[in-house]
Design a protein. Sequence first.
Length: 327
Amino acid sequence: MDAIREQLEKPLVAGVVGLVVGIIIGLVVLGWWLFPVQWTNASPADLREDARIDYTRMAVDSYTLNENAELAKNRWNELGDSGPDTLAQVQSNPGEQRSEDIQAFSEIVEVQAPEQMPVEEEGGSSLTLLLVMCLVTVVLAGALAAYFLLRQGRSTGSVSPAAQAQEVSKQMERTDYAALGEETPMSQFMTTYMLGDDLFDDSFSIDSPSGEFLGECGVGISEAIGVGEPKKVAAFEIWLFDKNDIQTVTKVLMSEHAFVDDALRQRLTAKGEPFQADPGTEVVLETATLRLVARVVDMAYGGGAMPENSHFERVTLELAVWQKEQA
């Protein structure tokens, strides 16, 4: 017993013992027993094969309708390493889709054959260990750098508009449709735009209670006015995609100034039915099997040299989705 106590008094031994005990408590007791991991909001790469194929078909149809190359590439990247094989299956069995549409999508995402990795015939275990150690070192260094950057950001009060928007969305209370005597939505999302988030483009996957992928919805910048940075956003596109309808329905949320500007409103009408933003305003988007209600939860106009009520300082939208009953 004294020998054990003597060994534990050594810093190195004590550190190793503490690490082992910590792993056992953290991984086994907390991670597997008390607080087991529950997967939510998995990426398309984690879907089963048939769902990945549906997702890829949706991405192809969306690009065909909207011709948004950046959105197409983002959706493609969500598939990860399974992307090329999944797209190959869609190409070999286009179904109701046109081969030229699939080819156009393939070209825009620049599909390439995966590179062959060299096989280590000798010393493979040593190389693997070295790579693992390097990976751990990089992760720790990155975590340390992120920690100091976060501390620095907090100390200077520097928080990005996108991060501020996420906090605002978390604090907003969702509509209790059940309390209003209405059917509870299948999906309910909250998204916020803040002035300065020039890349604002929020999208959400719509899944059935059983986990079946049904489509997507989202909000993105549609129109900015004036010059300079940040963008002075005067309109947003609210869209709904239904995989069973193979179409995307879009409506345009406009500032007061943009809505009364005949030329601007006429131009944006080509993207979707326009409506003026006011707190509490609701608009409905419907497809063959989905119904979405978009509600303006909160908003404020920006100031400066621009016309009054012409661009948004912030906008928070609630997107509630129901699945229609099939006839």
